[in-house]
Ligand binder design. Sequence first.
Ligand SMILES: Cc1cc2nc3c(=O)[nH]c(=O)nc-3n(C[C@H](O)[C@H](O)[C@H](O)COP(=O)(O)O)c2cc1C
Length: 338
Amino acid sequence: MTSPPLHWLRGEKTPLYLAPQAGVSESPFRRLCRRFGADVVVSEFVSAAGIVMNSRRSRDYLRFDEEERPIGIQIFGADPAMMADAAAFVAEVYAPDFIDINFGCPVKKVVKRNGGSGCLRDLELVRRIVRAVDDATPLPTTVKIRSGFDEKTRDPVRIGLVCQEAGAQAICLHPRTRADMYSGEARWEEIAALVEAVEIPVIGNGDVRTGGDARRMRDETGCAAIMIARGSHGYPWIFREARAALDGKPIPPPPSVEERFRVCLEHARNAIRFERNPERAIIDFRKHLGWYTKGLPDGRRLRTELFQSETLEDVERLLERYLEEQRALDQAPLTGVS
Ligand SMILES: Cc1cc2nc3c(=O)[nH]c(=O)nc-3n(C[C@H](O)[C@H](O)[C@H](O)COP(=O)(O)O)c2cc1C
């Protein structure tokens, strides 16, 4: 028997999503987060034009493993017909569990062509895009929005209602405007207002940094699911912590440094295997190295060295040396204390 569409949003538990993130939510990281408790993952945003032209870069972004399911492929663009063609192609060739439309990206290059959050200036365009994508595939269509383009157009409820009416089956809200970028706090009360206003499930997103935040977001907004982006950087453990907090269980202790490094290296190996160009892969992986080593004693020196490494072996050697140095420090007798 096949499961109903978006079945994970129909159960008792509040599912956790790994957010779509350009340059971060790639297949190796998605697999890791699924293992640590993310219930659903989403690809980074892929240009509809790139998909329709069958560009190599887009094809790379669209690859995923069966073990990542349920997975959504996120697409962006401002031309309803092209968005429909891209969605139909993705559905037929890649068969993800849902197609997600990006109405949130604040990046200038995308917004300039009315893509991402640029669409939020014209709700008629939003309606046409959602309808076109939804008509083009048998897969469920979901949307990811910001609260508006700027303060003047800020109206997440209205945007949500337009998306619902046009056929969206779930809506994720990051309650900041495009003008906010990432400044200030995400206004969770807007998530609560959207939950009240629409019938489709609402996925809450924005500023979930700890397991406790995930529980608070659910309790304060009544959202059907929680999406995490920056809180997962170098810390896939956030998903098991959020799961425990949502289930009212004790939050597991944070991982030891050894465990962090073990997972970091596993992630790096998979990233290198996944990339066609291993040298490029290790350079692209530097951001993750920065995140996995954030907050460690004497971490700055370690990071400076890691950012210069050109091979996986360099990274392994530096992490091993760091652990040895820390062990030696732990064992050193205290001097100068009478
Ligand atoms: C590095 C990075 C890349 C992102 N790329 C995308 C993207 O491709 N598509 C998208 O809808 N949102 C993207 N976002 C936004 C996140 O999905 C999320 O909405 C935002 O970071 C707020 O959630 P957070 O507070 O948990 O980080 C990106 C965010 C970051 C930090």
